[in-house]
Design a protein around this ligand. Structure first.
Ligand code: HEC
Ligand code: HEC
Ligand code: HEC
Length: 476
């Protein structure tokens, strides 16, 4: 038996194993769902929708925090109201409310951002104080219930595309500071489009199931054995900053897979990398300063650049965090369990400069040729050798050698960068790589991607024309 046929057999039998595993999981899930349906029915009817603490004042919120021992997290206790608003603005940035609630920069926080889920599209609501279309008529308690329990003003269950599973950990004091800040925004009269959720997911009460398996209501509890810095980092990462929404894979019920935290996940075409301390698959070989620099500027020179959703996280959120908070985040990330992927090298340790350009310069090329397309479209900025221009200066055209997107074991992010470009505005630099979706066809994008990974990155990472077509269709 040749190696190939044995490999094919193995693949065949593992596909069978997978199928039978799925069948088993399927049966289990069906039984589970019936049980959950039964529980949900009861939960829906037994749960009072309007509760007493709905009317509780902010003072009560503070008392709750004190009772929960949240004082280990620095609080703005007794802060004057302008301080409260400033603190709220800082926290709203840490929570990146902007990214999901602003579709058009001229209408900040007025909502309308389409969020694609496997079950349909949700449009984010208007968070400005407009009384008719925003949250102007919400009480502070309504707001707190939304953030802590994922329940809307009318008692309806909110979809977990709103990261309340993380925001539930945020202290009541911090939630009220965010509310105080939102109250100071210019009211904008704007009604976002209606959700387009498929049946049965348009039934909000079904979120009872999701909550049953994936949601634990409750504030962050500091670990007394850990340093305050670690606790602050855990509070931010597991709470407001909701890093896990993108970086932790999901289980079959679309909840976060708690056994593989921070090990990487794909959403809307982008792979949010493994950021556990594993040296090959994660960010174990980055220094603390490199991680902090990446979060505050979007660049760790010689390793990584933040594009796509991470570019937005940096631009709208992490660039505004204080050095103390960034350091806390890094301290905490260093402490999570390393998750080993299949990688043999770190993502940022692949590739060598191209040296063959003279060999084929002037020779007539036929068909779609990745190297030639690279020289025509990319070399003006990244140079034909792939080494880039400007080294580590802010706004440099980065080297494609030793770059995590080019060295990743999955070439999707690279194809996404080519299709959609890079736009990231920070206090440090205004970064722009043009999008090529309009100029290059799917086979051209695939050819450039495969040339770039072969020459400058991980040669095992390839992309097919069909995959590029799918990635192109992802909304940006
Ligand atoms: C990852 C995207 C995302 C982020 C980040 C996000 N939200 Fe939302 N938010 C949503 C979505 C989606 C909904 C609508 C859920 C629904 O319709 O069930 C929502 C709903 C809400 C609601 C309920 C409003 C209503 O009219 O029902 C409030 C309040 C809210 N968000 C506040 C915030 C605050 C404050 C922040 C920042 C700390 C924030 N959100 C960050 C996606 C997000
Ligand atoms: C909206 C989704 C999203 C959120 C939220 C998010 N990330 Fe990311 N992250 C990504 C994506 C996608 C990438 C890959 C970016 C690229 O290829 O340029 C990434 C890349 C990274 C990297 C670089 C890894 C590498 O090898 O290049 C680090 C470090 C990181 N994220 C840390 C964080 C931290 C810390 C948080 C929370 C404060 C966070 N991320 C929140 C989507 C997200
Ligand atoms: C006009 C200049 C320009 C051109 C042309 C250009 N790029 Fe870029 N490229 C940039 C800039 C600017 C960045 C982002 C730098 C940063 O993040 O600070 C970038 C970033 C990248 C990254 C890193 C993305 C990440 O997430 O780490 C890759 C990979 C890349 N470009 C590949 C290409 C390829 C392939 C082409 C040709 C199809 C191309 N670039 C064409 C300017 C350019």
């Amino acid at each position: 038996m040749t190696n190939q046929t044995s490999r094919a057999r193995q693949a065949g039998s593992s596909a069978q194993m997978l199928r039978s595993r799925f069948l088993r999981i399927g049966t289990l899930a069906a039984a589970f769902s019936l049980f959950a349906l039964y529980l949900a029915w009861h939960a829906a009817y037994d749960e009072p929708l309007v509760r007493q603490e709905d009317e509780s004042p902010i003072a009560q919120a503070r008392a709750d925090d004190a009772a929960q021992g949240a004082q280990a997290v620095p609080l703005a206790a007794g802060a004057a109201s302008s301080d409260l608003v400033k603190r709220g603005e800082y926290l709203a940035r840490a929570g990146d409310c902007m990214a999901c609630h602003t579709v058009d920069k001229s209408r900040p926080f007025a909502g309308g951002v389409p969020i694609n889920t496997p079950f349909g599209t949700i449009y984010t609501p208007n968070l400005t104080p407009d009384p008719d279309t925003g949250i102007g008529q919400w009480s502070d308690a309504d707001f707190q219930r939304a953030m802590h329990e994922g329940i809307g003003r009318g008692g309806e269950r909110l979809y977990p595309a709103f990261p309340y599973a993380e925001y539930t950990r945020v202290t009541s004091t911090d939630v009220q500071a965010i509310r105080a800040y939102l109250n100071t925004l210019t009211p904008i009269h704007y009604t976002p489009p209606r959700n387009e959720m498929n049946f049965p997911f348009n039934q909000r009460w079904l979120m009872v199931f999701w909550n049953l398996f994936n949601f634990t209501e409750g504030r962050f509890v500091p670990d007394p054995k850990q340093r305050p810095e670690w606790n602050r980092g855990a509070y931010l990462v597991e709470g407001l900053a909701h890093c896990e929404e993108c970086h932790t894979p999901r289980n079959i019920l679309q909840g976060l897979k708690t056994t593989d935290r921070f090990s990487g996940a794909t959403q809307a075409g982008w792979h949010a990398f493994n950021i556990t301390p594993d040296r090959n698959s994660g960010v174990g070989n980055w220094s603390d300063d490199e991680l902090m620099r990446y979060l505050s500027t979007g660049v760790a020179p010689g390793r990584a650049n933040a594009a796509g959703p991470m570019g937005e996280v940096v631009a709208d959120s992490t660039q505004y965090l204080t050095p103390e908070d960034l350091r806390s985040i890094v301290v905490y990330l260093r402490s999570v369990a390393p998750v080993i992927g299949g990688e043999t090298h770190p993502r940022d340790q692949w590739g060598k400069p191209a040296s063959d350009v003279t060999a084929w310069r002037g020779t007539a090329m036929t068909g779609v040729n990745g190297a030639q397309l690279f020289v025509a479209n990319c070399a003006s900025c990244h140079t034909w050798s792939g080494q880039g221009v400007g080294a580590s200066a802010p706004g440099a055209y980065p080297s494609l050698i030793h770059n995590t997107t080019v060295g990743a074991s999955d070439a999707s992010n690279l194809a996404m960068v080519i299709l959609h470009g890079v736009q990231r505005t920070t206090q440090q630099a205004d970064v722009l790589m043009p999008a090529f979706a309009g100029e290059l066809s799917d086979d051209q994008v695939a050819a450039i991607t495969n040339y770039v990974t072969r020459q400058f990155g991980n040669p095992q990472a390839t992309v097919s024309v069909e995959q590029v077509a799918k990635l192109r269709a992802q909304q940006q």
